[in-house]
Design a protein around this ligand. Sequence first.
Ligand SMILES: [Zn+2]
Ligand SMILES: [Zn+2]
Length: 373
Amino acid sequence: MAERYHDGAAGGAAAHGLQYPGAVVSNAELAEALFQLAESHPAGERRLAFLRAAYAVFDHPRELAPARRWPEAVPLELLPTLAMLRACRTRDALAAATERFAGPRRHGAAAREGFLSAAEVARVIASPAAPSPARLRGAVHWHTRASDGAATLEAMARACQRRGASWAVVADHTRGLECVNGLDGEGIELQRLAVAAWNRRRGEELWLVQGLEAEILDDGRLDLPRAAREGVLVLAAVHTGLRDRRDQTARLVRAVEEPGVWALAHPQGRLFERRPGIRANWEVVFAAAAAAGVLLEINGFPRRQDLDPTLAGLAAAAGARFVLASDAHHPHHLAFDATAAALAARAGVGEGAIVNFETLDHLAAGRPDLALP
Ligand SMILES: [Zn+2]
Ligand SMILES: [Zn+2]
């Protein structure tokens, strides 16, 4: 009996002679139902099975409705339930079915709101109006083994080049409270030499710029002395107090006004399914960033998606400019700049407001301290 459910379409409406008109329920909606089902179970195997299925659906690159097969990671014992959910032809029907299995909707969805499924990302960036990952010139915010990345500077740079970038900004962590693996003064200097060595040999193909992902301290200052900000692009990021419910406007405003800050990285500090991010008066933060000429990052790491589209739209209205980031910790992660492009598209932010689409000499404006060709 379970066998027929391997074939989702046959087990669902199609078996009754109904035709799918394209998308029935989206992966995002189906995954949300599965997360709610997981939450309706106490900690244990059944709950884990639903979570695995939810993530597998959320991360699947194509909409599953017309597909014949479920992703490999979906546990077999859930296939009958999934087939029933997928057979729902409307959102209301899906909500009713979910409630039948999971009971009334609970809290906890706040940490999933505003996140795009992998299939949504693919659909959004396929639109000719969306910022195109294929036209990105600059690959920004990725890590190497010098902090918590999996690959060397060279391997990451080569991967950026293979993706078609003509310039790239490495952004390893500084050694702050939260990152014992970060770069100290000597590490920063060694990386500066490695970046210069790459540029001497291969700068014509891909020009590397040293960035640093610096910690925003509790009071909004950075963990990086001013002298160390010379010649690097500083991406200031909050990694502490992320579950703190107090208002953090003053902390972020102070950070964007710190000398030498280039961008505010993953401004919300949210994580999918884990935490909704910090509280702030975002209009005030975005206006301060725009006034200081500090870029707002749209971080495309799928579990971050930070800024979310609503806030990115607010930032655009405040006159801010943007940088798209993959936050890659592995060469394969560089493709996450597509998620950032999709978030920008959802926010109505075009290529003209995004620094990654510009040529290298735009980076040089106002930054005579940067080593550029
Ligand atoms: Zn970070
Ligand atoms: Zn990072």
